[in-house]
Design a protein around this ligand. Structure first.
Ligand code: ADP
Ligand code: TRP
Length: 334
């Protein structure tokens, strides 16, 4: 394992939002200083539910543009498409044979995404965590920055690594990767329901702040965000019982770089409208410049393709070596 290697991925399914930014991409940017980083557009993960090919193609380029607009340097980091490195699918197949049905049956994300109609879900959606383990272990990454919703998948990745090492008597072949989950930003909630996470797949666009939303949209969405009828509380205990208030105050604290406790003090006894006005201002200041950059960067499609092509080559160099070693270990080379 390389001790200082980071890998993470985001599905190119469009509508990247504040949760993706705070929970994942903003941390990718911070890590690029001290780690060798592999940042992947998880396109193979995204086709676990049907994607229109034309839209998928656009979303892949858009997500690459988001990475760069948020501050990832394509020279320093390896930015690439998962499907362009065949080692991901190859290692995922091998892990399909290492991982256990019982392990995957416990994955809560599958239960949420498959909903009541499990019989109709794709096999890929069920096996998705095995592919995610392959993404990480293909590069022998030491650290994986993600939001909290991915924690269970990271634990499964560690189980797969351990079982592989044990089954083939190769004690330290795959080292166990560590998640990097930043508590304060681990779960940004929907603006329509403070108990549900902000998500791309939520039907209502007003449930999330997209990175490409303009000033007016941000202002409207925050104005319409769900609230309850009380004044804002003066202590954390009371706040815990009020998920919408907690979510808005948390987002405010993150951008203001103050503690939740300090925001509680600032707004205690005030109306939601006071908080909403200030939150809108700060979101407009922080998010709209990113949106503008995304639009600008997206215009130069050939530059984006070049970045992904360069990433593909650099990622493949590492991936090929791991696949070679794995084939030797499991007896596939003669
Ligand atoms: P979504 O869940 O919206 O479909 P992805 O699954 O592609 O988004 O998530 C990409 C990254 O963003 C992951 O690391 C995930 O943990 C993080 N993330 C997604 N939604 C949130 C959220 N509401 N709060 C914090 N992090 C999030
Ligand atoms: N499963 C992640 C998500 O839906 C995306 C992802 C795919 C990922 N492969 C990864 C994240 C490897 C971290 C490491 O958000």
């Amino acid at each position: 394992m390389s001790k200082n290697r980071v890998l993470s991925g985001v599905q190119p399914t469009g509508n990247l939002h504040l949760g993706n930014y705070l929970g994942a991409i903003r941390n990718f940017v911070k890590l690029q200083k001290d780690y060798e980083c592999f940042y992947m557009l998880a396109d193979l993960h995204s086709i676990t539910v049907f994607q229109d090919p034309k839209i998928l193609r656009e979303n892949i380029l858009e997500t690459a543009a988001v990475f760069i607009a948020c501050g990832l340097d394509p020279k320093k980091n390896i930015i690439f498409c998962q499907s362009s490195v065949s080692g991901h699918a190859e290692l995922a197949w091998i892990f399909n044979c290492v991982s256990r049905m019982g392990w995957l049956n416990r994955m809560t994300q599958f239960k949420e995404k498959a909903g009541s109609n499990k019989e109709k879900a794709s096999v890929g959606l069920f096996a998705y965590p095995n592919l995610m383990a392959a993404d990480i272990l293909l590069y022998k990454a030491s650290h994986v920055p993600v939001g909290e919703d991915q924690k269970q998948h990271l634990e499964l990745c560690r189980d797969i690594a351990l079982k592989f090492n044990n089954d083939f008597n190769k004690k330290d072949f795959f080292a166990l990767p560590e998640p990097i989950i930043i508590k304060e930003v681990a779960r940004i909630m929907s603006l329509k329901d403070g108990t549900k996470k902000m998500s791309k797949s939520e039907e209502s666009d007003s449930s999330r702040i997209n990175l490409t939303d303009d000033e007016n949209l941000i202002e409207q969405k925050i104005k319409k965000a769900k609230t309850d009828s009380g004044m804002l509380p003066d202590n954390l205990n009371d706040l815990e019982k009020r998920p919408e208030a907690k979510n808005l105050l948390s987002i405010y604290s993150i951008f203001k770089k103050i503690s939740l406790q300090q925001s509680i003090q600032e707004f205690s006894g005030k109306n939601f409208s006071d908080l909403k006005d200030k939150l809108s201002d700060i979101l407009i200041k922080e998010i709209t410049p990113i949106g503008k950059k995304i639009k600008e960067i997206k215009k130069d499609r050939s530059k984006l393709k070049d970045i992904l092509m360069d990433g593909k080559e650099r990622a493949n160099q590492v991936a090929r070596q791991t696949i070679k070693e794995v084939h030797e270990i499991i007896g596939l080379t003669l």
